[in-house]
Write a protein of this length. Structure first.
Length: 557
């Protein structure tokens, strides 16, 4: 009985040890845990906050630091972010919005940082940062880097790419995607795969950055195929340590970009066999293992651990650029583990708009005009008068049924407002000469008016010698010496289209005045649905005309 009991105990112990071994192998086979990742993030965040007290518009000690901290979830005083934002405003003012004449990634980088802290990128000290990325020729001045980061920037918060009439080539998301795809190494051959700034060999940094930009477009077959080829190439280039070498050295930044790219695709770094390599000691290493190899005690990352440091002067110690990239790579990985939005998907950030959009909807088939202005600041803007065939423009109104809601220049706004063009369906048609009797003649002007809008209270025609008007003066009911002809009798009526035509006539003009330029305008008094009255004027299109000219052409003008 004792022997049997011992055998059972031995078997049970073996089973328990086997289960523990299997369990520990699947969970703790790597030199890190989710807790150590969080600890490294916290340590690095504290280091950044202390060593970069005043981040500014710079690649190092600037936007990447802000983004890393903001996306980490580590509590940082709001004053830190607000002070950075003020420095961005000061920078833009000092250069009149021109951050660089060639490096348009400057704008992309600032957009990433400001979006991560919930700032409105469409109005930073009066500058819309997105507008600088609307000309594709500017975006691609740096080569592939430009479209990569512009695409990432626009996608951070699903930003719209505004139409730019002055752009040599209008930028679009598809234009940037196609440009990146077209730059694939050895595109169209059996050896195709990956990207680089130059040369014929795929570079890990650029390849993984390109994947980050394309990650939102995997539903496009051409994108998926190119990304899959790039992943194959990068799997082959991965070192036994789990990391990557670029520009002649094994470094942390290349590995950091791998982490961001792979997590952006939803790839499990701890399970995908394509990116787990075995070293000469039999250890299985992931890209996280490789990245943490460069982690410095107390926070931050080194660029390299041995060999040439690339001229940075940091040697194998703490490096600012490596720390920025290593930090946001850890953040990207942690966000993946926690099931949060990926690093560059900032739709989870609440944006506090410091500007409002005032939209002018022309209601004539043309694109709306949008003006951005800081909250509670005057909008100094006078829209051009739009046109619409057969109609006369009345004005811009929040509510076209109530003319008391009219747009006024230099008004303040606390929220977005849309003004819509109000149209009166009335148009002066032309002029005719009246028959000459006893050396006297006349002139009449026709107007077509539709009954498809506000109530018509009165209609008629105003006629006057053109010389009675000053240059640029508009003919109205208040114009001195104007002849007013109220249209009590209709010339014609079209019930099907709900329109009428009426005439305004002036007679007994002596023959000596037949060469005198005459001008006219129809007028219609309306009452809107709110009970307000207003008058619309539709001027004679040819500006002015003489009776003799009308007699020569027989009909009307």
């Amino acid at each position: 009985m004792n022997k049997l009991f011992k055998k059972v105990c031995i078997i049970l112990t073996s089973l328990v040890l086997t289960i523990v071994f299997i369990f520990s192998s699947s969970i703790n086979s790597y030199a890190y845990t989710s807790d150590t990742i969080k600890q490294n993030i916290n340590e690095t965040a504290n280091l950044m906050y202390k060593t970069i007290p005043e981040p500014t518009v710079e690649s190092i000690g600037g936007e990447w630091t802000i983004l890393s901290l903001a996306r980490s979830g580590v509590s940082i005083p709001q004053d830190y972010y607000d002070a950075y934002y003020k420095r961005v405003e000061e920078k833009l003012k000092s250069c009149d919005g021109k951050l660089h004449s060639v490096k348009y990634t400057e704008y992309s980088r600032v957009i990433l940082a400001l979006t991560s802290i919930g700032k409105d990128v469409t109005n930073v000290a009066g500058y819309n940062l997105l507008s600088y990325l609307t000309d594709f020729n500017n975006v691609k001045k740096q080569g592939i880097n430009g479209p990569i980061f512009a695409l990432i920037a626009f996608d951070t918060n699903n930003y719209e790419i505004l139409q730019n009439p002055s752009a040599k080539v209008q930028n679009t998301r598809q234009a940037m995607i196609d440009y990146i795809l077209d730059k694939e190494i050895k595109k169209g051959t059996d050896e195709a795969g990956g990207w680089a700034l130059s040369g014929t060999s795929p570079d890990p940094d650029i390849t993984f950055m390109a994947i980050q930009a394309l990650s939102n477009y995997m539903n496009q077959p051409a994108v998926k195929e190119a990304v899959d080829r790039a992943l194959t190439a990068m799997s082959e280039k991965q070192l036994p340590s789990g990391g990557y070498a670029s520009w002649g050295s094994v470094n942390s930044e290349s590995t950091a970009q791998a982490v961001v790219a792979l997590t952006s695709l939803g790839i499990n770094l701890d399970q995908d066999s394509r990116f787990i390599k075995t070293d000469d000691k039999g250890n299985e290493n992931t890209v996280i293992d490789a990245l943490l190899y460069f982690y410095c005690e107390g926070g931050g990352f080194a660029h390299i651990k041995e060999g040439y440091d690339g001229g940075s002067g940091s040697g194998t110690g703490l490096n600012a650029m490596a720390t920025d990239q290593g930090m946001y790579a850890l953040v990207a990985y942690n966000r993946y583990l926690q099931g949060q939005n990926k690093l560059y998907d900032m739709t989870d950030v609440t944006t506090v708009k410091n500007s409002v959009n005032i939209t002018f909807d022309c209601d004539n088939g043309t694109e709306a005009i949008v003006k951005s202005v800081e909250k509670d600041k005057d909008l100094d803007y006078t829209p051009e008068t739009p046109t619409k065939a057969g109609y006369t423009f009345v004005g811009w109104y929040k509510d076209t049924d109530n003319i008391t809601t009219a747009y006024e220049n230099n008004s303040k706004y606390a929220e977005d407002v849309t003004y819509k063009a109000k149209w009166a369906h009335v148009e002066m048609l032309g002029a005719q000469a009246k028959a000459i009797v006893n050396d006297k003649g006349g002139i009449r002007f026709g107007t077509k008016l539709y009954d498809d809008g506000d109530e018509v209270v009165e209609k008629g025609t105003l006629i006057i010698p053109a010389s009675f008007l000053k240059e640029g003066e508009t003919l109205t009911l208040d114009t001195p010496k104007v002849a007013k002809s109220v249209a009590n009798v209709l010339y014609s009526e079209n019930k099907e289209e709900k329109s009428i035509t009426y005439l305004g006539t002036i007679v007994n003009i002596p023959k000596s005045q037949f060469n005198r330029e005459m001008t006219a305008s129809s007028y219609v008094k309306y009452k809107d649905k709110a009970g307000n009255t207003y008058t619309v004027y539709s001027p004679y299109k040819n500006t002015s005309v003489t009776i003799n000219n009308l007699l020569k052409t027989s009909d009307n003008q």
